[in-house]
Design a protein around this ligand. Structure first.
Ligand code: PHB
Length: 397
């Protein structure tokens, strides 16, 4: 399947979903549930925050990490953000916009959330952009990397504490160009994030002299048997592979890469979601040697991160992940912004002035497009003394 045909199909699908979102907005306004009131989600001094993460589907474990990160920050701050008591309303994003868009609409129009935090899936984020822009309620994206929501479709109301797909994958391009001993095969889940991750990587990889030998997109959320694709990689003569998978798909892909006999022979690279947190624990030794780019590792050797890792382990009995940090930082952002006002309008204005966030990943700020301006690291999966971890090799620029 060609990149162009599938991405234009995706753009059409996103457009349809966006129209649906705006249509629903108009209907709900006519029905007397005026969106002008949606920012008054407080009762007394309480601020209502919608938390939209997947609790079902392939990305459910990522959603659990995000809920934990958000909860940890709240628990460490007496349940208050910006001096105001907070009420969190949860909704299930599911596996994409078909479930995620109506769930977000409910959080705003029915539950009257002042702000919505979360969103794992790029396609959901793209489907939500117009709804938040029109309803004038801020959306703080704490994972989904869709390039356009902080690019060509940037909105005053959409901010991101995580990453843009093109940046996290682009950070890896020159390293793979230097290390690969020949052509590289590209593979990803067939939806918005997969296509953008591959495009971002390809750009910096080819600019550094790398050669792409083949490319394939696998049905998102449906592929359990990667064997036919692994055969294609082998017969292509690829000397390395770049891939984007996360959650349950990352577990299957990396385990089967090893079972098929490619691990150790054909080096595997990708954005760090490929080997993050519970995914890495499930992959076990099959993941050893996989190299990834990411803006976080639980192994980061800084006092701020060590303190965070210890607190997270104490609360949840396991190490934190990039997903938990992105949501923890969303709470930190709201802590600063809500101190300036608790309506959706006041909060949106205050987001521009939150300044540096003292995060476990290292200090970061919002850039002019509302994206996180941050450092990326090259990581390698290592195993020793019964523990498996994403060791940090060096900074990427
Ligand atoms: C995305 O759809 O943007 C996405 C999903 C899961 C990840 C990273 C990005 O781990």
């Amino acid at each position: 399947m060609g990149v162009l045909s599938s991405s234009s199909r995706l753009a059409r699908r996103t457009q349809v979903i966006s129209l649906f979102a705006v249509g629903a907005l108009a209907l709900s306004a006519c029905g007397g549930s005026s969106l002008e009131q949606s920012g008054d989600g407080a009762s007394g001094d309480e601020v209502k925050i919608g938390l939209l993460v997947p609790t079902s589907g392939v990305y459910a474990p990522l959603g659990a990490d995000m809920s934990n990160g958000f909860k940890l920050y709240l628990d460490q701050h007496g349940g208050k953000l910006g001096g105001h008591k907070v009420k969190v309303v949860n909704a299930d994003e599911g596996e994409g916009p078909q479930t995620g868009v109506p769930a977000a609409q409910k959080l705003v129009t029915q539950d009257k959330s002042t702000v919505v935090v979360g969103v794992v899936n790029s396609a959901t984020a793209l489907g939500l952009r117009d709804f938040f822009n029109e309803s004038k309620v801020p959306l703080l994206v704490a994972n989904a990397g869709a390039n356009d929501i902080t690019g060509s479709r940037k909105s005053e109301y959409v901010w991101r504490t995580s990453f843009a797909n093109g940046k996290v994958s682009g950070a890896l391009g020159s390293t793979v160009a230097k290390e690969a001993k020949g052509g590289v095969y590209l593979m990803a889940a067939d939806y918005a994030a997969g296509h953008e991750m591959v495009a971002g990587f390809r750009k910096t990889f080819e600019a550094a002299g790398g050669k792409v030998i083949g490319e394939k997109y696998t049905p998102f959320g449906k592929t359990q048997d990667f064997q036919p694709y692994l055969s294609a990689i082998r017969s292509s003569g690829a000397r390395a592979v770049f891939s984007f998978y996360a959650g349950a798909e990352a577990v299957s892909f990396v385990k089967q890469y090893k079972q098929f006999g490619l691990a150790g022979k054909t080096p595997l690279y990708g954005p760090g979601f490929l080997t993050e947190g519970g995914v890495l624990a499930a992959q076990g030794d099959a993941a050893v040697g996989v190299k990834t780019s990411l803006h976080y590792s639980a192994e980061l050797d800084t006092p701020r991160n060590k303190e965070y890792v210890a607190a997270y382990k104490q609360a949840f009995g396991k190490a934190p992940t990039v997903y938990s940090v992105q949501a923890y930082d969303a709470a930190a952002v709201l802590d600063k912004a809500l101190a300036k006002g608790t309506s959706s309008e006041e909060l949106t204005k205050a987001l521009a002035g939150v300044g540096a966030i003292d995060s476990p990943r290292g200090s970061w700020t919002f850039d002019a497009d509302h994206d996180a301006e941050q450092k990326y690291y090259l990581r390698e999966v290592t195993s020793g003394g019964g523990t498996i971890a994403n060791a940090i090799l060096n900074d990427l620029s």
